[in-house]
Design a protein around this ligand. Structure first.
Ligand SMILES: [Zn+2]
Length: 154
């Protein structure tokens, strides 16, 4: 009677060991779908690497871009959504476009605008477009605050 229980435990542990691998594959597949969608619109973005160990100083909780490469967080909200449903391909694509814009020298406001333009051109859902718009407004308020408090403006 002990063997089946042991076997069950082993199987469970084996399963746990393979779950991260399976998840990573699904995440890479989601990235590939987003890149394919972009390519079908003539938009090519830099190489994307999905990483599990997120650097503590990363500028964003989902993705950042440096040295010609886009890094996306494994298990991040947008990537997870895109793994679950292809409806979110367009949103994941907007994340990649945003980071790619940074690689081309865009500041946060410009990168958000690239994102919004894409979502609108793809007729993404209203909620997604509203979220992108409010990110832009937030960024504008941040910028206005920074300007108001800088010594040069006084
Ligand atoms: Zn950004």
């Amino acid at each position: 009677m002990r063997t089946p229980a042991l076997l069950a435990t082993l199987t469970f542990e084996l399963l746990l060991a393979f779950v991260p691998l399976i998840a990573a594959d699904a995440e890479i597949a989601a990235i590939d779908r987003a890149k394919a969608l972009l390519a079908s619109r003539g938009r090519i973005v830099a190489a994307v690497i999905v990483i599990e160990e997120w650097p503590s100083g990363a500028p964003s909780p989902e993705a950042f871009a440096v040295n010609g490469t886009i890094f996306v967080k494994s298990g991040g909200n947008i990537l997870r959504a895109a793994v679950r449903s292809t409806v979110f391909n367009v949103v994941l694509a907007s994340l990649l476009l945003h980071e790619h814009a940074h690689l081309l020298g865009a500041d946060e406001h410009q990168a958000l605008q690239v994102e919004l333009d894409w979502l609108m051109s793809e007729n993404a859902g209203d909620d997604v477009i509203q979220a992108a718009r409010s990110s832009i407004r937030l960024e504008e308020r941040k910028r206005a605050k920074a300007l108001a408090s800088s010594p040069e403006s006084k």
